[in-house]
Design a protein around this ligand. Structure first.
Ligand code: ATP
Ligand code: MG
Length: 309
């Protein structure tokens, strides 16, 4: 089939099958193993306002999870300004856009990072997914499913705001970490993002979101707590959903230093106040019961594409 309508029909089968939480057909990635694979838990990190520390938290949270002995993948899904590799001081040859276009395999694009974390560098190529033909889409989803099997947890760093692609990705994500700072604009934008997400979920087909909150760049002891109380109250009262606080990360001069040196904070200053707080976020995350559904990154991407059609 040709033309956009034909392409949509072509894409439907792989999208439906990959969107299910467990894979019921033959395993898409050859090799030994059970017929129903346990896929990675995914945490999508986002914010209403830019520059609040999503990338810093996503990178260091991934490392903290790696320290706990988990197999962790860190995916840069920031479509505008992919910079996970910069914060980690990596110089990747390939990125996610190359995988999507078939220039390289997922395995070739994955960079080994500190603490055993596998890093999939970002690019603007995610938008190209919507235009792939059926065969190529199957291939990409199969590659992503490989990552879902390689990792216990996949941490996904996204861009800020409520653009259609970011929203479609968030709507498809089972667990979303919203990062906010005590700045009034950051709090207002975080609420706006959560509201958009909750309202679109209620009209869509996907399961209810599990929302987490992290307050970053807290400068005073009581300020972060105030932000947590305020957001939890308004989200509960006006949107009728719960947002679980993972923790509060203090403003810490060591963060800017680590970013400037392109060395992750957890390596550069493992005992700094922000490092300690990020480790607590990781412990809290792993302590909390997770969503029963584990669509993995491959499932999120296929759900996202269905929502964007
Ligand atoms: N806890 C902190 N203490 C001090 N500075 C911080 C902290 N967290 C982040 N920063 C500073 O904020 C800057 C922006 O952080 P980061 O790039 O992670 O934000 P972002 O939300 O990912 O931005 P974008 O929306 O552009 O993707 C960092 O370069 C760092 O200097
Ligand atoms: Mg960022």
């Amino acid at each position: 089939m040709t033309g956009p309508a034909g392409r949509i029909a072509d894409q439907a089968a792989p999208l439906r099958q990959m969107a299910s939480s467990t894979w019921s057909g033959p395993d898409p990635v050859p090799g030994p193993g059970p017929s129903s694979w346990r896929l990675a838990r995914t945490l999508t990190v986002t914010s209403g306002k830019g520059g609040v520390g999503k990338t810093v938290l996503a990178v260091n949270l991934a490392l903290a999870l790696g320290e706990l002995g988990l197999r962790v993948a860190l995916v840069d899904a920031d479509l505008g300004m992919a910079n996970v590799d910069v914060v980690l001081g990596l110089m990747p040859r390939y990125h996610i856009g190359h995988v999507i276009r078939g220039v390289c395999s997922l395995e070739q694009a994955l960079c080994p990072g500190p603490k055993g974390v596998l890093v999939l560098p970002g690019a603007s190529g995610l938008a190209d997914l919507a235009a792939l033909d059926e065969a190529r889409l199957w291939q990409v989803l199969r590659e992503l499913r490989q990552l879902d099997r390689l990792a216990d947890v996949v941490v996904v760093d996204t861009g800020a705001g409520i653009g259609p692609q970011v929203m479609a990705f968030l709507e498809a994500s089972p667990e979303v970490l919203v990062v906010a700072t005590p700045e009034p604009t950051s709090i207002t934008n975080a609420y706006g993002l959560i509201k958009t997400l909750v309202q679109s979920r209620s009209t869509g087909r996907d399961v209810a979101p599990r929302l987490f909150l992290a307050v970053n760049m807290d400068r005073r002891r009581d300020e972060g707590q105030r932000v947590v109380r305020r957001l939890q109250t308004v989200v509960g009262r006006f949107l009728g959903v719960e947002i679980v606080t993972l923790g509060i990360v203090p403003y810490d001069g060591a963060v800017a230093l680590a970013v400037a040196e392109q060395t992750p904070l957890l390596l550069r200053r493992p005992d700094s106040p922000a490092s300690r707080a990020i480790r607590q976020l990781a412990w809290r995350l792993m302590d909390l019961p997770e969503q029963p559904q584990r669509p993995g990154l491959s499932g999120i991407v296929s759900r996202m594409l269905r929502r964007m059609r």
